[in-house]
Write a protein that binds this ligand. Structure first.
Ligand code: 3PG
Length: 306
C-alpha cells in the first residue's frame, strides 16, 4: 500500500509523524509531496500510489488520469469542493472527507476575527464588545454549532438557520432557529458563514442579503470565498459605511477592498481556519485511518461519491 500526502499547504510535523506511523503500521509506504509549485509535480507523484491524502489541493480528472493505481482519495478536512467527485467515480476511486476533525480550529478563528473587527483591527480608538450582540449562523453544522457555543460564552445572543436541520435540533442547544434567510441577515449584528461551496451556494451571499444587515454589522466568512457575490458585496459596502467584512482567504477584489474600506475589511493571506497543530493531527490521522480501514477492511464510512 503506497500512500501519497500531497499538500501545497503542508501539515505540521506532528501530523505527518502520526500519519506515517498509521501507514507503516499497516505495512504501507508513505510518500510526501509538500509545497509543490506545479501540477506536473502532483501528476508525477501520484503515478503509482494506491491512496492519496490532500487538503485543499485540487483533485481533478487530469490528476486522476495520472493515478493509474489510485483506489481512494481522502480530503483531510470538511469542504470537498476541491474534489471532482464525478471524475473520482468515473476512475473508480473512492472519495472521502474527515468531517468535524478540524471544526474547532475554524470556529475559534471565526470568533477571533469577530473580536479583531470589533476592536477596529487593534488600531487606537474606541471599539465595541461582542456581549449582548446578536450572532447569526448560516448553516448549523460541525463548525456552526461550535461557533454558537463559544459565542454564548461571550454573552452573545445566538441564532441560526440550517435548511437541512429541524428547528428543534437547533433550539435544543439554546440557539434560536430562524427559517428565513432575509430575517437572519436583518437581525444579526454578526453573521458567520458556514455553508459549503456548491453550485447552489456560489455567489449566493449577495446585495439582497447583506444590505439588510443592521447598522454596524459584520459579515464573517470562514467558509469559502466562492459563496460571496464580490461585486455586490463591494456595492453594499460602498453604500453603507457602517458595514464590515472579514474573510479567511482573500476575495479576488481584496486590494480594492483594502483601499476602499480600510479597517472595515480584513482577509487572511492564506486560508488559516484549519491551520492549528491540533486540527492537522485530527484531520491527518483520521484520513490515514480511513485509508487503512478502507484498503484493509473495505470500510466506506465517509464515502462522498456513491
Ligand atoms: C476545510 O474545508 O476543512 C477547511 O477549509 C480547511 O482547509 P485546509 O485543509 O486547506 O486548511
Amino acid at each position: 500500500m503506497k500512500v501519497l500526502v500531497a499538500t501545497e499547504k503542508p501539515f505540521a510535523k506532528k501530523a505527518i509523524d502520526g500519519i506515517r506511523s498509521i501507514i507503516e503500521g499497516a505495512k504501507g509506504e508513505l510518500v510526501l509531496l509538500e509545497k509543490y509549485t506545479s501540477v506536473d509535480q502532483f501528476y508525477a507523484a501520484v503515478a503509482d500510489v494506491d491512496a492519496l491524502i490532500v487538503r485543499s489541493d485540487k483533485v481533478t480528472a487530469e490528476v486522476l488520469d495520472h493515478a493509474k493505481n489510485l483506489k481512494i482519495v481522502v480530503r483531510a478536512g470538511a469542504g470537498f469542493d476541491n474534489l471532482d467527485l464525478a471524475a473520482c467515480t468515473a476512475h473508480k476511486v473512492v472519495a472521502m472527507n474527515t468531517p468535524g476533525q478540524n471544526s474547532n480550529a475554524v470556529a475559534e478563528l471565526a470568533l477571533g476575527l469577530m473580536v479583531m473587527m470589533a476592536r477596529n483591527q487593534y488600531t487606537p480608538g474606541t471599539g465595541c464588545e461582542l456581549k449582548g450582540k446578536t450572532l447569526g449562523i448560516q448553516a448549523y453544522g460541525n463548525v456552526g454549532r461550535l461557533v454558537g457555543n463559544i459565542a454564548k460564552g461571550f454573552g452573545m445572543k445566538v441564532q441560526a438557520l440550517d435548511p437541512f436541520l429541524p428547528a428543534e435540533k437547533i433550539e435544543a442547544d439554546g440557539v434560536k432557529a430562524v427559517t428565513n434567510l432575509e430575517e437572519l441577515y436583518a437581525t444579526s449584528d454578526y453573521l458567520s458563514l458556514h455553508i459549503p461551496a456548491t453550485e447552489q451556494t456560489k455567489g449566493s451571499i449577495n446585495y439582497n442579503l447583506v444590505s439588510r444587515m443592521p447598522k454596524g454589522a459584520t459579515l464573517i466568512n470562514t467558509a469559502r470565498k466562492e459563496v460571496i457575490n464580490e461585486p455586490e458585496l463591494m456595492k453594499v459596502m460602498e453604500e453603507r459605511e457602517d458595514l464590515k467584512y472579514v474573510a479567511d482567504v482573500a476575495p479576488a477584489c481584496a486590494e480594492e477592498m483594502k483601499a476602499k474600506f480600510g479597517n472595515r475589511f480584513f482577509a487572511t493571506p492564506k486560508k488559516m481556519g484549519a491551520e492549528t497543530g491540533e486540527a492537522n493531527v485530527n484531520a491527518g490521522l483520521a484520513a490515514a485511518n480511513q485509508i487503512v480501514d478502507f484498503l484493509v477492511n473495505g470500510n466506506e464510512r465517509f464515502r462522498l461519491n456513491k
